[in-house]
Design a protein. Structure first.
Length: 310
């Protein structure tokens, strides 16, 4: 049974959050395949950095010393989704809050010797622009974290893996469809960590972190493609794979492998020709490459749709 377009859209509020991807958590909502749902998300500091006073070193260090962050709303139970399937999440719209923040932490910095302390700067968001000092930067909202519950592990929401997670890929934005593996009944989808804007690599360890309201439609693919071992993304003009590992070049290699297999399985390319095609028109990009000492980096490999058909 599918949800009728005329039925009211249910909303999950931002107080229904978790800091882990965990199959044992009770669902905060249930959706039918094809149903559209609205999800409120909290910022990566859990709403604890909202005023200038809360950006002081003393206040900020109290927040960061908790040892956890990056809350995700969920889990959302998708009816009919079973292990071995994939869920396809169409991101309809991301509406960021009227403010956000960017910063750097000693623990995630590439150059901790340059800085005496952690720093966060509040930025207004107005007329679809981020106010960063005197600069006006057009917003390009993205979902930094989205994924499903792993089969056995309990994973922190700040890390990424085959389930998705904290991928920080700028292309996970309105108009895209992200395909995620299902490991448990109902998939158990979590999402959050919206950035109003972020460059490739999230180089300082933060995008423009903000609360948001996300509208998305969830469907089920039975079974998932045999070659799919990492999250896949489709945009109007490209397809891509997002993978996670350390070092960064290993993440690129894993995404490249899945992309070659995707082109072979669904578009009729040989591995050899697909590999060469990607060298000609594909691209490998860092998604999240900040200076974590323990968490994996993420990277995407993409190919334009114009070159998919032989």
């Amino acid at each position: 049974m599918t949800k009728k377009e005329t039925d009211p859209v249910q909303t999950v509020t931002r107080d229904r959050t978790s800091y882990v991807f965990d199959r044992r958590l009770e669902p905060v909502a249930r959706v039918q395949p094809g149903e559209t749902i609205t999800v409120e998300t909290e910022d990566s500091c859990g709403g604890l950095v909202r005023t200038v006073e809360q950006t002081s070193s003393e206040a900020l260090n109290r927040v960061l010393s908790r040892g956890y962050g990056n809350p995700v709303t969920g889990p959302i139970y998708v009816e009919g989704a079973e292990p071995g399937d994939a869920i396809s999440v169409t991101i309809q719209h991301i509406e960021p809050d009227s403010q956000g923040y960017v910063g750097h932490e000693l623990i995630t910095s590439h150059f901790p010797e340059w800085f005496d302390d952690n720093r966060i700067v509040l930025c207004g968001i107005e007329d679809e622009q981020v106010h960063f000092g005197d600069l006006r930067i057009p917003i390009r909202p993205l979902l930094g974290t989205i994924g499903t519950a792993p089969a056995m592990e309990v994973l922190l929401s700040v890390t990424a893996g085959r389930h998705g997670g904290n991928m920080d890929c700028p292309d996970v934005a309105a108009g895209c469809v992200i395909h995620l593996p299902v490991y448990v009944d109902g998939a158990l989808l979590f999402l959050g960590d919206v950035h109003a804007v972020q460059g490739d690599g999230e180089l300082s360890g933060a995008g423009l972190e903000t609360r948001s309201t996300v509208t998305l439609t969830i469907s089920v693919r039975k079974p998932r493609p045999q070659s799919m071992t990492w999250p896949r993304l489709e945009t109007p003009d490209s397809i891509m794979v997002i993978a996670a590992d350390r070092p960064l070049e290993s993440a690129v290699k894993l995404a490249l492998r899945d992309m070659v297999l995707w082109l072979e399985e669904e578009y009729g390319w040989t591995k050899s020709d697909a590999y060469m095609l990607l060298s000609l028109v594909g691209s490998g990009r860092a998604c999240q490459s900040c200076g974590w000492s323990i968490y994996p980096f993420t990277a995407s490999v993409r190919v334009p749709r114009a070159y998919l058909q032989r």
